[in-house]
Design a protein around this ligand. Structure first.
Ligand SMILES: [Zn+2]
Ligand SMILES: [Zn+2]
Length: 351
């Protein structure tokens, strides 16, 4: 038994977060205790830190944030057979009910009873240890680092978006918004064999990162005519698939002008406004398919398998690394350093 105390970063109200000592959780018979080595800061974590809520999810009790993690199994419950002490694992952060229509049909990301880490009232994992049902643990091959294990979570969003949009090797893909989700969607696209990948973002660092990660071109929607440039770059053929990950209302509306007739648009980024006006006439006239994406389902296992044999590079997007004790500085970096940071990582067991 790993009984004792551990450190956890607890947020009690917006802008108030501090490391405190709490009990190390004890795994039930179907659970494992994970020593957390690496955990990312997500846009949603920053949003809870700033506003204390996202839509209908409101922080009412002190909460531990963080849901993008990998670590080592250090204890297992009596009925756990799929992982053992010493295994390095990635953690899929949404525990679903298992018996609703959505769960049974494989679309468990739509389960109404999901308990998702760091979504109130469920605690996340900016802590030294966490317990999870062992079904949600995925063994990392020796070739994958804990960092890559943690990045499987945001990668999964892009992976799922490409599954929704039925990405093909010969797609001419445009990814709008080159934050962690957009950049990792570009890496996921490599797993689908897509080789022609364009990106747009107003932040120079993000465009440079996209080029470093093998995007075909990265355009600045504030400084150039994206539609014209894409026509040039594709030899007049046009974009067949868009993954919209900016959540910017104008960028969302513009996707209909940027995709070619018969193309597909997958909407990932959540807009900050209630309604986004869309040119439905053009959507109908062009037989454009539009999809929404909410998190992901059944992505961890196939993504781990595909990553082992690909040239995708995820770790490059990590620009900042912090110990758990420096959580406040880490979250402030993710919140304010938009021009210089992409993915900020926390290391709860950093010596
Ligand atoms: Zn996330
Ligand atoms: Zn369910």
């Amino acid at each position: 038994m790993t009984a004792g105390r551990m450190k956890a970063a607890i947020m009690d109200e917006p802008f108030s977060i501090a490391v405190q000592e709490v009990e190390i959780p004890v795994p039930k018979e179907n659970e494992a205790l994970i020593k957390v080595y690496c955990i990312g800061i997500c846009g949603s974590d920053v949003h809870y830190y700033e506003h204390g809520k996202i839509g209908r999810y409101v922080v009412r009790e002190p909460i531990v944030l963080g849901h993008e993690l990998a670590g080592e199994v250090v204890e297992v419950g009596a009925k756990v057979t799929n992982v053992a002490v010493g295994d390095r694992v990635a953690v899929e952060p949404g525990v679903t009910c298992g018996h609703c229509d959505y769960c049974k049909s494989g679309r468990y990301n739509l389960c109404p009873d999901v308990a998702f880490l760091a979504t109130p009232p469920v605690d996340g994992a900016w802590a030294e240890y966490i317990v999870m049902p062992s079904d949600y643990l995925f063994k990392l091959p020796d070739t994958m680092s804990y960092e890559e294990g943690a990045l499987l979570e945001p990668l999964s969003v892009g992976f799922h978006a490409l599954l929704r949009g039925q990405a093909k090797p010969f797609d001419r893909l445009l990814i709008t918004g080159l934050g962690p989700i957009g950049l990792l969607a570009g890496q996921a696209a490599k797993l689908f064999g897509v080789s022609e990948i364009y990106g747009t973002d107003v932040v120079p660092l993000r465009r440079q990162m996209a080029l470093d990660l093998g995007f075909t071109a990265a355009l600045d929607p504030a400084g150039e005519d994206v539609r014209e440039r894409l026509a040039e770059l594709t030899g007049g053929e046009g974009i067949t698939l868009i993954v919209e990950s900016s959540g910017n209302a104008k960028a969302m509306a513009d996707t209909i002008k940027l995709v070619r007739r018969g193309g597909k648009i997958v909407f990932v980024g959540l807009p900050a406004v209630d309604a986004v006006p869309m040119d439905m006439g053009q959507l109908i006239d062009g037989e454009i398919d539009a999809y929404g994406v909410f998190r992901y389902a059944n992505t961890y296992k196939p993504a781990i398998q595909a990553l082992q044999h690909s040239s995708a590079n995820m770790e490059k997007i990590i620009t900042h690394r912090y110990a758990l004790d420096d959580i406040k500085e880490a979250v402030e970096t993710a919140r304010t350093a938009k021009e210089t940071s992409i993915k900020v990582m926390i290391y709860p067991n950093m010596p």
